[in-house]
Design a protein around this ligand. Structure first.
Ligand code: ZN
Length: 353
């Protein structure tokens, strides 16, 4: 039997915005990745992504002896050509990774016009060139153990300067397998866009265990239109939520509408004279929601913590003690964070059928 590796990631749109699934950090043989750029495009199509950015290292090219490439736009050009030929909806964004020791560490500049002028001696000049090209620039893996022994993201004076000069607009709160609460706090304190990326060097399917329901970390970007311009505007405006393992990370402003668009009431009814309300909740997303009821009522088949399975219906049995016409259930969404160790509240307004 033929096996399909297609596993489109699913999220609903939110009021006023389209939800685009985006991965803004990846590598090919044109820097230290193990694959030709076409693989990055095919992986993204299988994952149902809306956009990827090709972000090979500028300053680090271990395969240079075998694959000399004076033109740093090549991985993007090969990828964009294939995406067009596949007739996919995938947008390919031209980018590059600025690869420096700390500070400033590594950063990605995406939506570049030309990667070649990004080759500069002084790190500050690279950021200035990115800004001159109107790029969206974000700090990569500030928690990376390769540059921070303690895994703690710390804002340096150089980063403060970059932010103050408008040269840095985002920060990876999730990179590959790592999440940083400290990076999330830095994003909130400095009005930076919250980003999560795969930083894939090998194969998505291996690295993120597709065979065991894994998925790459992505950034959900809320756009007014489905175009690179729309995406760029939304990223600059900080309209993102990160999807990592079974966790959502973002500001309440976008996180709560995403949860509300994901979870909707399918039906609610009492069986005969019983006062146990059967509530069917539909989940239109890939998230296995873990909700803690704050309603004061107890459930007939659960403790105060319930799970609402992805892409389907889940029935909750709420003991309301008498038959009610309406119940309002506030839930703490335990697998979503809007600040370090803080969870958003989702209110399910249940009108009984
Ligand atoms: Zn990288």
């Amino acid at each position: 039997m033929a096996q399909s590796f297609d596993r489109p990631i699913t999220f609903p749109d939110i009021p006023g915005y389209q939800t685009l699934k985006v991965d803004l950090h990846m590598h090919t043989v044109f820097s230290d990745g193990s694959v030709w750029p076409d693989i990055r495009v095919r992986e993204a199509v299988r994952d149902g992504l809306d956009a990827i950015a090709m972000t090979d290292h500028i300053e680090y090219q271990p395969h240079e002896a075998d694959i000399p490439h004076p033109d740093r736009n090549r991985s993007y050009e090969i990828a964009v050509e294939l995406a067009a030929r596949l007739d996919s909806n995938l947008m390919v964004i031209r980018g590059s990774e600025i690869t420096r020791s700390m500070p400033p560490g590594h950063s990605n500049a995406v939506f570049l016009d030309d990667v070649n002028p990004m080759i500069q001696d002084e790190p500050l000049d690279v950021f200035r060139e990115a800004a001159r090209q109107n790029a969206f620039t974000f700090w990569n893996h500030p928690m990376w153990l390769g540059q921070r022994k303690d895994g703690v993201a710390v804002l340096t004076d150089m980063h403060r300067d970059l932010i103050a000069q408008g040269l840095l607009q985002g920060i990876e709160v999730v990179n590959m397998h790592d999440y940083s609460a400290e990076a999330l706090q830095i994003a909130l304190d400095n009005d930076l866009t919250i980003i999560g990326t795969s930083d894939i060097h090998s194969l998505i399917q291996w690295e993120f265990e597709h065979d065991h329901n894994g998925h790459r970390p992505i950034t959900l970007v809320f756009t007014t239109d489905r175009s690179q311009e729309g995406l760029h505007r939304a990223l600059m405006a900080g309209r993102t939520v990160v999807w990592f393992r079974n966790m959502l990370v973002g500001r309440d402003e976008y996180l709560v509408p995403l949860i509300e668009s994901s979870l909707t009431l399918e039906s609610a009814a009492y069986a005969g004279e019983r006062s146990v309300l059967e509530i069917v909740v539909h989940n239109a997303s890939d998230v296995n929601y873990i909700l803690r009821s704050e309603s004061g009522y107890t459930f007939h088949q659960n403790s105060d913590v319930v799970m609402v399975k992805p892409n389907g219906n889940t029935t909750l049995h709420l003991k309301t003690l008498e038959q009610l016409e309406e119940v309002v259930i506030p839930f703490t969404v335990l697998n979503a964070v809007n600040a370090p160790d803080r969870h958003p509240v989702f209110v399910l307004d249940v009108a009984v059928n």
